[in-house]
Design a binder for this molecule. Sequence first.
Ligand code: SF4
Ligand code: SF4
Length: 154
Amino acid sequence: MFGFLKGLAVTISQLPKKKVTLQYPDVRPQWPERFRGIHQLSVERCIVCGQCARICPTSCISLSGTRGEDRKLHLDTFDISFEICILCDLCTEVCPTEAIKMTDEFELAAYSRDQLYKNMEWLHENYLRHDGAKELQEAERPAALVGKAGEGRD
Ligand code: SF4
Ligand code: SF4
């Protein structure tokens, strides 16, 4: 009986305290800025230098590119196998153009191993959902301000 009351007292003492658990997936966690989640890749920024693939400790990045008429290298394929990626962040550290970056996405559970293989299109779409969307918003902001400033001038 004493043990039960002691346990009840502990439970009651915790009730007014701030909750530390979330009703996931209805409530999404807010990760710190430097959270290491699933990558995004800006295909336009990539200069096909291969530094990310060279530094990767698990060799889970494979990429290829061809030289265009402008004499610049353009990305043809870029794959990451999240089956073996350890989300160490080294690939993003060495990238000279910030083409590859990490996001705050973390849901990698899949029914088959094949689904853990993300290609260039998938990684670029992830960029469009994250930094790409922010950059677009920022690019549109001055135009919207100019529009506002011009309103009611006539
Ligand atoms: S986060 Fe680390 S393991 Fe994953 S692709 Fe980048 S360098 Fe490789
Ligand atoms: S380090 Fe950056 S620029 Fe170089 S190949 Fe990797 S993603 Fe592209």
